[in-house]
Design a protein around this ligand. Structure first.
Ligand code: PLP
Length: 380
């Protein structure tokens, strides 16, 4: 699915020099590399401030906390996402309220939000999934009408745009993950919050460092979630290559689009007008029952023997199902009482999605080979 070594080989001397610089400086946490990265990422996102953190999950948790989310509150979250989007809400003692997605984009459906707003709703988390922005204008309009902050989970879409605006810049704050597999990935865990709200940025800066606002002076309970200098230095090197890497991902996506366009039983990623997809993943739908047999295990969870995925594997092509179980049906959330059939679009997506390899270093020949094997696997 991903060949990090191939990428490393293209930038090894730059990376080694950046690491050497940190080793020489012997400053490892909250230093000049982190500060420079915060400025560079903020600028890339079109916001005023970046606050470096230890992970994308921490970005969500601290961001929600800074927006006032606390025990007993409710937070509206799409059901079709990585578990961290929900568990960051739970970590604060608040309750995620799951909403359905749009079938074409896999992103939060703006029409599913208002019915879920109650007097306890404290925030809405929008996820820009797979590299594509969610439909922000109607989401921001409903949030604004009810005076509820929008938090952007931008873990997967750094660099994507919506109507000319960068993801992460449209809500109260945006959360980034630099997990190694991300388009901009560190060599360990790292994350960041971006925002144009100066007060919020200052508070987050304290929150990630034990709530300290002065030397050994804490004004509130905080976290230890600081960005380390080695990761920041590595990320700064990689950031310089982002434009060319994104262009390569987009070229591969266009090639897949053209090679798979006429294949029956498959739906390709759709990009609504006015949005730039950065293809963190290239996720197709294998429609109907074509992807495999649906079975249920003794706990009532679906387990799929995924025929197409199996056939791809037999022909030496990796693929992944992101994500096979929507959040409302996760065992973690059994106590919230989610039932199959409640969020049909998310459940259908979970049954049908299949992500095929996309990363900058793929060659056109490799993309053609994957497309050919997808065609064979649909026929077999
Ligand atoms: C949508 C989404 N949200 C949150 C996260 C959490 O980020 P991290 O792994 O850096 O904690 C991830 C990635 O792992 C993600 O894909």
């Amino acid at each position: 699915m991903l060949d990090l070594r191939a990428q490393f080989e293209t930038i090894a001397p730059e990376i080694r020099a950046a690491i050497e610089g940190v080793l020489t400086a012997q400053q490892f946490v909250l230093g000049p590399q982190g500060e420079a990265l915060e400025r560079e990422i903020a600028e890339a996102c079109g916001v005023r401030f970046g606050v470096g953190l230890a992970s994308g999950t921490d970005a969500l948790e601290l961001g929600l906390h800074a927006c006032g989310v606390k025990g007993g509150d409710e937070v509206i979250v799409p059901a079709f996402t990585f578990i961290a989007t929900g568990s960051a809400v739970s970590a604060l003692g608040a309750r995620p309220v799951f909403a359905d997605i749009e079938p074409a984009t896999f992103n939060l459906d703006p029409d599913q939000i208002e019915a879920r707003i109650t007097p306890r709703t404290r925030a809405i988390v929008v996820v820009h999934l797979f590299g594509l922005a969610a439909d922000m204008d109607p989401i921001l309009a409903v949030a604004d009408k009810h005076g509820i902050p929008v938090i952007e989970d931008n873990a997967q879409s750094f660099g994507a745009t919506y109507g000319g605006r960068k993801t992460g810049s449209m809500g109260r704050l945006g959360c980034l993950s630099f997990y190694p597999s991300k388009n901009l990935g560190a060599y360990g865990d790292a994350g960041m919050i971006v925002t144009s709200d100066e007060k919020l940025a200052a508070r987050l800066r304290a929150l990630c460092n034990h709530g300290q606002t002065g030397q050994y002076l804490s004004t509130e309970r905080g976290w230890n979630s600081r960005l380390d200098e080695l990761q920041a230095a590595i990320l700064r090197v990689k950031l310089r290559h982002m434009a060319e890497w994104t262009a390569a991902r987009q070229a591969h996506a266009r090639l897949y689009d053209s090679l798979l366009a006429d294949l029956p039983g498959i739906a390709l990623p759709r990009v609504p007008p006015g949005r730039e997809h950065i293809y963190y993943l290239y996720t197709i739908r294998v429609e109907g029952h074509a992807r495999g047999n649906n079975k249920t295990n003794d706990r009532g969870n679906e387990v799929r023997s995924d025929l197409v995925q199996q056939r791809l594997k037999e022909r030496g092509v990796a693929s992944m199902v992101y994500y096979p179980v929507p959040l409302h049906l996760q065992p973690l959330y059994a106590l919230l009482g989610g039932k199959p059939g409640e969020l049909r679009v998310s459940e259908r997506a979970a049954r049908e999605v299949l992500s095929i390899p996309i990363y900058p270093e793929l060659t056109s020949e490799q993309v053609e080979r994957v497309a050919e094997v997808v065609r064979e696997s649909m026929r077999a």
